[in-house]
Structures are given as C-alpha cells and as structure tokens.
Design a protein around this ligand. Structure first.
Ligand SMILES: Nc1ncnc2c1ncn2[C@@H]1O[C@H](COP(=O)(O)OP(=O)(O)OP(=O)(O)O)[C@@H](O)[C@H]1O
Length: 601
C-alpha cells in the first residue's frame, strides 16, 4: 500500500481516537487560520499604501470615502495596528491551544496505552520485549507530541496561505496568478514524492529506536550477569551495533529530506522571477496598477517561501504518523483472556480447586499439559512435584487464568473460572512464585502491596509467619528500609520471605507456593514449614517443590511427568507404590541404590 495512504490512514485513526478533543482541535485550527489571515494582510496594506502615494485622490481607498491622502495613510496605520495586534493575539491563542492539546493528548494516549497493555495476556508479553513497549509508550508518544506542538499548525497555515494568497492573486491579475502558481504543483508533487520515500524510512527509524531501547533495558536489568561473565566489551559492541543501525536508518531518511528543500527553492525562484518580470512589464505598460504590482511581488514571497518549510513539516508529520501507527496498533491488540467483569466468585470462597481434563499447549513451543484432572478439597494441601519443565508452573498459570486451556476447565468451588471476574479470581489466590518481583520502595510498601493501608500488627504477623520479621528488625530502618530496584539490596532468601509475607497479608483462601522457599537456608525453611502448618489452616495450599522433604505432610502429592499426571497419593502411598516418587525420595535422602535412575527433579 502506498505509504502516503498509510500515513493518511494513521491520521484518520488518530482523529477517530481523538474524538473527545474535536472541539479543542477545531478551536486551535480556527486560531491558526485567523492568525495566518492577519499575517498576510500587511503585505496587502503595503500595496494599498503605494497605491495611495501614487494615485492620491484616485486611490483604491478614496473609493471608500477617505479622499485626503493624509487621511488615507492614517487610516492605513490604524488598520495595520489592529491587524498586527490581532495577529499577535491569535498567535498567543493558537500556541496555547496546540500546546495544551499536545500535552493532554500525549498524556491520555500514554495512559490509555499503558492501561490496555496491562490488560493484555501474559502470552503477549512473552512475545514482546519490554524495551520495545517502553519505546512506544515514551518515544513514539513524544514524537506525536512534537508534531502537535508545531507541525500541525504549520501544515494548516501553509494551506491557508496558498488559498488566501491565491484568491488575492486571481482578483488582482489572473495572468500573474497563473505564473506564480506554476511551481505549486511541482512542490506538491515533490512533497508527496518525499512522503512516499520517507514514510518507510521513518517506520524503520521507529523500529530501530525500539530495538535500541530493548537492548538498553535488557542489558541494564542483566548487568550482574554481564559483569560476572566479563561481557562488558561484547555488550558495549552490541549496543553500538543497535545504535549504529539507528543512525543509519536516520541517515537514509535525512538523505531524502535534505534533497527536498533545494529542489523546492529552485521551483520557488521560477515562480518569483515570473511574477517579478511579467508583473513589472505589465506595470510599465500601465496594464497593472503599481500598488497591485507591489502586492503581487510581496505576496509571491509570502506564498512560496513558507512552502520550503513544507518539507520539514511533512518530515515531522511522517515521523509522527509512523509513531501513531505503532501506538494505535498496540492499543488495538486484542485481549484473549476475556474478563467476566460483573461476575465475582461466590463469597465466601471456600477454596475447592479442580482441573477437569485440562489440556494446554504454548503456541510458541507446543509444550504444556495434557488431560490433567485433579481435585483439591477446600482446606487441603496439594503438592505438585515432577521433573523441571514437566508442566507444574503451567498448571498454576492456568489456575490464575494467565492462559485459558484449549480443552477442559478449571473450577473453584465448582464454578468454572472462565465464568467469573479475573479480579475476584486473582484476589482469591495468593501467589508466591519462583521469580520474586519486589517493587522499588520500602519493605513495608512491598509487604502491603496486595493490601495497602494494612495495620502494623497485621504486617508484623504476616512477616513473622513468613520468617521475615527477625531480619527486618535487624535492618536500621526496619519496615521502612528501601529495597532498591527489584529488591536488589536484599538476599535471595530475604526476597522470597518478603514475597511470602506479601501473599499472606492478603489472607487468600487459596495459597500457591511455587518453589517459594528454594532460596532460603535449611533452618529457615524448616521454620517456614512449621509456620505453613499454621498458614495452611483453613485455606487451600498448592505447593510446588523440588525438595520432597518440604511436602511430606501434604494431603496429596501429584507427580507430573511431561504434562500428565503420572502418580498421585500421600507420601506414604507413593513410597509404597515404588514409582518415580519413591526413587526420587531415595535420591534426595541419600538412600538411592546404584541401579536407581533418578528423576531429574
Ligand atoms: N511461555 C512459554 N512459552 C513456551 N513454552 C513454555 C512457556 N513456559 C513454559 N514453557 C514450556 O512448557 C513446559 C512446561 O513448563 P513449566 O514452566 O510448566 O515447567 P515446570 O514443571 O514448572 O518446570 P520447573 O520445575 O523448572 O519450574 C516446558 O517445556 C517449558 O519449556
């Protein structure tokens, strides 16, 4: 599809999005138009003044009833004053209106995009780099803001100039009007040609910005790995390559935009010389009034020179439309996991969890779970064990509706979770996942994340149950200690305990612990185990663990193998069954015989 069609479509989509701003756009456009009309009026007044000086009592103004030349000059002075004052006033208005519009639109667009992105499925985030998303919500939105700040006004004013000056020209001398307007088709053709060439180049520039910012954010978040592998030089090279790709993409765009202005200037010169020469000849022959000649010469300048700025404005417009496409495309990504927002889980949630013939496969890898059926009575503890990659975490993601199964269904208290609101579902589940994410802020902020405003006693109680209270007390600022970005100022075990405290404070009827104590020492783990018996009281707990010693007390243990339920029962039953679980138990407790082939748990 032609790129100018693409840009035009982006503009139409933007205007559709900006429906609520129509009045403001209209007001700003009106002020831009009035300002430009005032702006070209002084040139006409100069012509009228020449006419007064040359023709005196027979001047154009004399026809209006001001017969004395002095009177006429004074009248022109007053008019000039009014026009200049009006021009300044409307310049002030349009500046304010366009800038405010740019500010409001960019803030709302960013907010809407962010809120939409927040609603998108986890699978979307797995296929996108966060750096690219940041580039869209920051750089692309700013690019649009830049266009609205100045470009939109210039575009409108250039159009107004062509039309208004055109009308004056045709009234004064249709012949000269034709001559002066000859370069315009060439300029417009040039502008479209430029647009066609520039549009894909600017899309490429925007892509490169995305790549660059995704590399930057990836590297900064993986800085410890870079340092530990002494990969600084390699990473600096990779960043340089992304940076160079951006520079090259910009170079290609600049080569096109730089060629545009000189070509346009030559076209303008032709129009100007034609008006200047032919108009002069006509004035000498008395076929053209001297004042009208003056107006035409001045107005040719007025008409043609702003068109040189067209390249810059179109440049800005193209960049902004490339950005607009990316922002609106992101805003239109559909949400696959549909929310039944009006239907909460029946209260109180008892916590009976069941998977009924659930199958799910990730689109990108084809891996997942197959025909899993399991039932956890309310208040029971279920442990999921199995080799790494067997599908345990996938079952948890299905319970939280990060994905919907392709077959079967997951129910809580007998209600299919597809039929209830995501909010009530996720509020019923406390998740402590293997990848702990702490937010920049204090320990208190992080513990109370799921229950802002929780009282001190409850915070301390949750922290105690998670075996976090003792270490929090030893910190100089206690609960108000800042944890740094992603909790970098804490140890892995401390982070896990805070994440457990955070889940416990919300007092969820279903608690999911996905490798929640893998980073704590044995002593702390044992203490957490003791707390868990208390924590598990009156709620359903689902534990994923590799260390089997931590789940021996579970009411039921399910062994997952390649996405299927391979064994299930209590610890004692599974040991008696002499299957994979029993083998693994022996390996972990040091009782394995040489012939046992361990399950790589
Ligand atoms: N987002 C994803 N996209 C594609 N494949 C995935 C994704 N997440 C997991 N998988 C694949 O699905 C399978 C099951 O992964 P899952 O994370 O459920 O395993 P797990 O049993 O929890 O492993 P671990 O004990 O190592 O955490 C694995 O083969 C994994 O590679």
């Amino acid at each position: 599809m032609a790129s100018n069609t693409l840009s035009f479509q982006a503009l139409v989509r933007l205007l559709r999005y900006a429906k609520g701003y129509r009045r403001r756009i209209l007001a700003a456009t009106t002020c831009s138009i009035i300002n430009r009309l005032f702006d070209i009026a002084p040139e006409i007044l100069i012509g009228v003044a020449i006419d007064v000086v040359v023709n005196r009592e027979d001047s154009f103004i004399a026809l209006l009833g001001f017969t004395m030349p002095q009177e006429q000059i004074l009248m022109l002075a007053v008019l000039t004053f009014l026009i200049w004052a009006g021009e300044s006033l409307f310049e002030y208005f349009y500046e304010i209106l366009w800038c405010n519009l740019a500010q409001r639109l960019q803030a709302d667009l960013r907010q809407d995009t962010y809120e939409h992105v927040q609603r998108l499925d986890i699978s979307f985030f797995e296929s996108q780099s966060s750096g690219r998303l940041v580039a869209i919500m920051n750089d692309d939105v700013n690019q649009l803001e830049r266009f609205l700040n100045g470009g939109a006004n210039s575009l409108i004013q250039t159009g107004v100039t062509v039309v208004a000056v055109g009308i004056v020209f045709f009234v004064l001398s249709p012949l000269i009007a034709l001559l002066a307007f000859t370069p315009i088709p060439l300029i417009i053709w040039g502008a479209f040609f430029f647009q066609r060439k520039a549009s894909p180049l600017y899309s490429n520039v925007r892509e490169k910005v995305g790549d660059l910012s995704s590399r930057l954010s990836n590297n900064l978040s993986g800085i410890a790995t870079i340092k530990s592998f002494t990969a600084e030089v390699r990473e600096a090279e990779r960043l340089k390559a992304a940076s160079e790709a951006y520079v090259e993409a910009n170079h290609q765009a600049i080569r096109i935009s730089s060629a545009f202005i000189p070509v346009i200037r030559m076209a303008i010169l032709v129009g100007f010389l034609a008006t200047f020469t032919v108009g002069g000849m006509l004035a000498l022959e008395d076929s053209l009034n001297v004042g009208a000649y003056g107006v035409l010469v001045f107005l040719t300048q007025r008409l043609l020179w702003p068109l040189t700025g067209l390249a810059e404005v179109i440049d800005l417009y193209e960049r902004a439309m490339a950005s607009t496409r990316r922002i609106l495309d992101l805003l239109e990504v559909p949400v696959m996991v549909k929310d039944k927002s009006g239907q909460p889980l029946s209260q109180p949630v008892r916590g009976r969890v069941s998977f009924e013939g659930v199958s799910f496969h990730y689109e990108s890898s084809g891996m997942g779970v197959d025909g899993v059926s399991l039932h956890v009575p309310a208040g029971n503890t279920l442990a999921l064990v199995g080799a790494t990659g067997s599908g345990k975490s996938t079952l948890i993601k299905l319970l939280l509706r990060f994905y919907d199964p392709q077959q079967g269904q997951v129910c809580i208290d007998g209600q299919p979770i597809r039929e209830v609101s995501l909010c009530s579902l996720r509020q019923a589940i406390g998740l402590v996942s293997q990848e702990v994410y702490l937010f920049e802020g204090s320990i208190r902020d992080n513990i109370t994340y799921g229950r802002p405003g929780a009282c001190e006693t409850d915070i301390a109680e949750a922290a105690r149950m998670a075996e976090a209270w003792d270490f929090i007390q030893t910190l100089p600022e206690g609960l108000d200690t800042l944890v740094g970005e992603r909790g970098v100022r804490l140890s892995g075990g401390q982070r896990q305990r805070l994440s457990l405290a955070r889940a416990l404070l919300t007092d969820p009827p279903i608690l999911v612990l996905d490798e929640a104590t893998s980073a704590v020492d044995n002593e702390t783990e044992a203490a957490i185990q003791r707390s868990l018996q208390r924590i598990g009281y009156g709620r359903t707990v689902i534990i994923i663990a590799h260390r089997l010693s931590t789940i021996v007390h579970a009411d039921e243990i399910i062994v997952i193998d390649q996405g299927r339920v391979a064994e299930q029962g209590t610890h004692t039953e599974l040991l008696e069954a002499e299957g994979r679980y029993a083998t693994q138990w022996r390996v972990q407790t040091g009782m394995a015989k040489a012939v046992d082939v361990p399950l790589p748990c």
